[in-house]
Design a protein around this ligand. Structure first.
Ligand code: ADP
Ligand code: SF4
Length: 687
């Protein structure tokens, strides 16, 4: 099928130094939590992107030397020749599908903790490292700088040997030595590497020249550059020093891969940056200066936005990390005109949280990411049905919808029954809270798919009881009935002293707020959950003009969101809205006019006056129907998603997906043996 005129430019080849990319889809470097620790899984994930049509597929940041050791996080590693075979797995997987393989070499400078190598931390100047570790870096002398250049050059040669087509110099995200040298607040040197911008850029220039010299005959040299720190006059700004850097280095790189710094700005969540293409304003400065191809990012999921960015000459290549995680097949789907089938990133940063937790990547929209090798999951392919059985799925939230969609794709006759007037469960309700609108995409994508399948029957307003289920005569039943927020205050910090809730107290749960039941008067939001919901509800109440006191058992608001790179923004927003924050306090009682708490450390008691309290503590699983159906002779009866174990939306989607994959699989192939592991096998060394 011919590609439509509008999108044809996205499929034009482009010369990048000595290599040619087959199209304009460029998977920029992004972490996966796999890296050097799980190289087969890493290779399979990147290979899947290439299969999905990306013209360039990159690694994550890849450490060049033990002085740039990001342990315990599983980034890339190319310290010496022994690291080459693992990376060769990735380049082979990428080349198999006609894509170019790029490697983002990095020295992390003051961002490296060196906890594994115990090497000294290197920086432009003496100062603390930028993570919360008891360490300081020391200023590199000229010999250190010469050594660094040699390490980078040697790593570039190893990268070439590993089969890479594009080799990066990386000065971005506030995480790299080259950028640390560029920034005057980190570089206080008095020699030719400090002072003027030209001096501060000297190291980057040398690294670019060295890399060209070492591998430029066969590899393109890419430069990833954080053009704006988004700190206003306190940091680098795109229109000023950012642009001046592009002028100084103009045609030295073969590719400019430009974004904003730091990572929290580059990978902004939809809650705080709802607009896809939010970095476009920063890119204009680059194309005006350099003649070399430019890659830009900014949660680019819309084919029209991509095409217009090329048309306007804003960029030459469409860069993507998160959109390519949520849907590795975006290029193929655009090429084939299957726009409805694009699984759009929702900007929740559960993927980033995985990296920050040091675990393999997860995604709310794409449950197969990171599972390509260890479970053999393909995002677009699933085994056909094993029998003519029909299946009934009860509950149309993320778990039920995903399970129904995948079972339908397998060819089973699927009935999906939902008690509420609409599909989507918690994700639909949560998407109506402030800043979470994009989360509705989780339901929209699945609903759209299900509605087009002839083998699916879907019912809303259909709360089923056990007798009705039995009457349907469907022998395989999946219960995705979700969970309900508790109203009794029980949670991880109140198990020993269950709070006393006075009968006349006005207590609300998140379910109440989401169904439009709002408290009047001054209200306490009590958070013992620490994810996002309490913070969002506090925002909703403050927006509605309520005086809000936010009480948390933690020391900061919504602490899990440090992993999604947005905790600081949540806390700032609540403060801006005039919400009073009270941290480290554990709930003891709720009366008609006050909430009583104790300090989590000293036990000192305190009263907060209020007319109502919203308790965000824990959820109870909705298991009534399951309990009633047990022992009634159904061939398959299984709980999935929050009904089986309340967690993130990503967990519910994953559970629905896994249940569909495992349905009627032989036991020995199913989850019984879990998944393949990449383990250190010492058997040969045993006597
Ligand atoms: P999950 O995250 O596991 O998908 P949700 O709470 O989002 O869970 O969704 C559960 C859905 O199940 C809700 O939309 C709820 O209305 C529906 N549900 C619960 N019990 C029944 C039932 N007996 N019959 C039909 N639907 C039900
Ligand atoms: Fe997008 Fe969320 Fe998936 Fe990350 S986890 S790719 S932000 S949908």
């Amino acid at each position: 099928m011919a590609v439509s005129q509008i999108y044809a430019p996205l499929f034009e080849p482009i010369q990048l130094g000595p290599v040619t990319a087959k199209n304009r889809f460029y998977q920029v470097p992004h972490c996966t939590g796999l890296g050097h620790v799980r190289p087969r899984a890493e290779a399979a994930l990147r290979g899947m992107k290439a299969e999905g049509g990306w013209g360039v597929v990159s690694t994550q940041e890849t450490e060049i030397h033990p002085t740039s050791d990001l342990s315990p996080f599983a980034e890339g590693r190319l310290w010496d020749a022994r690291d080459i075979p693992a990376l060769r797995l990735m380049t082979d997987a990428v080349h198999e599908h006609g894509a170019l393989a790029a490697i983002q070499l990095v020295h992390n400078g003051l961002h490296a903790t060196n906890l594994y190598s115990r090497a000294p931390v290197l920086g432009p100047s003496d100062m603390s490292i930028d993570t919360n570790q008891p360490k300081q870096g020391s200023a590199m002398d000229k010999a250190d700088i010469r050594a660094l250049r040699e390490w980078h050059r040697a790593a570039a040669l190893r990268a070439k040997e590993a089969g890479f087509d594009i080799v990066y110099v990386y000065a971005g995200h506030g995480m790299t030595l080259a950028q640390h040298f560029m920034l005057p607040h980190l570089n206080t040197r008095g020699d030719e590497y400090g002072g003027t911008l030209e001096n501060r850029v000297r190291l980057t220039r040398e690294l670019l020249e060295d890399t060209h010299d070492a591998v430029g005959d066969t590899c393109a040299v890419a430069f990833r550059f954080g053009i704006d720190e988004m700190l206003g006059p306190d940091g680098m700004q795109a229109a000023e020093e950012g642009r001046a850097v592009v002028e100084l280095l103009a045609d030295l790189p073969d590719i400019w891969d430009v974004n904003v710094s730091d990572w929290t700005n580059d990978s902004a969540t939809t809650r705080f940056q709802p607009q896809d293409g939010y970095q476009n304003d920063y890119l204009t400065h680059v194309k005006q200066v350099t003649g070399k191809p430019v890659v830009g990012v900014g949660r680019l999921t819309s084919p029209d936005l991509m095409a217009s960015m090329l048309r306007k000459g804003l960029v030459d290549l469409i860069g993507a990390a998160r959109p390519s995680i949520a849907d590795p097949f975006i290029p193929a789907k655009i090429e084939q005109g299957r726009f409805d089938e694009i699984r759009e990133c929702i900007g929740c940063n559960i993927c980033a949280a995985s990296d920050n937790l040091g675990i393999p990547i997860r995604c709310t929209q794409n449950p197969t990411i990171g599972e390509e090798w260890r479970r053999g999951w393909h995002p677009e392919v699933i085994a056909p049905r094993k029998s003519d059985s029909d299946v009934l799925i009860i509950g149309g939230g993320p778990a039920g919808m995903e399970c129904a969609m995948q079972l339908a794709r397998r060819g089973y006759g699927v009935t999906l029954s939902e008690a509420a007037p609409e599909f989507g469960g918690r994700v639909r309700k949560e998407s109506r809270l402030p800043g979470l609108a994009a989360w509705g995409r989780v339901a929209d994508y699945r609903l759209n798919d299900l509605q087009q399948r002839a083998n699916v029957q879907m019912f809303t307003d259909s709360e089923l009881d056990a007798d009705q289920v039995m009457e349907l005569g469907i022998e395989s039943v999946f219960l995705a009935t979700g969970s309900t927020w508790r109203a009794d205050g029980l949670g991880r910090n109140t198990r020993r002293h269950l709070p006393l809730i006075a009968p006349e107290a006005r207590v609300f749960t998140p379910d109440d707020i989401m169904s439009g039941r709002m408290p009047d008067g001054p209200v306490v939001v009590y958070d013992d959950d620490h994810i996002y919901l309490a913070g969002v509800i506090a925002e909703q109440l403050a927006n509605a003009g309520r005086k809000v006191v936010f009480i948390t058992t933690d020391s900061i608001v919504s602490s899990f969101l440090t992993h999604t790179l947005e905790q600081h923004r949540v806390q700032a927003r609540l403060l801006e809205l005039g919400v009073e924050l009270r941290c480290n306090r554990v709930l003891r009682a709720v009366s008609s006019d006050a909430v009583s708490t104790v300090c989590g450390f000293s036990g000192q008691q305190d009263l907060t006056e209020c007319a109502a309290a919203v308790l965000v503590t824990e959820r109870t699983r909705n298991t009534t129907l399951f309990d009633q159906l047990k022992g009634r002779g159904l061939r398959n009866l299984q709980q999935i998603g929050d009904a089986a174990g309340p967690g993130l939306i990503a967990d519910a989607v994953f559970a629905g997906h896994r249940a569909a994959r495992d349905f009627e699989r032989p036991a020995e192939q199913s989850e019984n043996d879990w998944f393949r592991r990449e383990i250190i096998d010492l058997r040969e060394e045993m006597p």
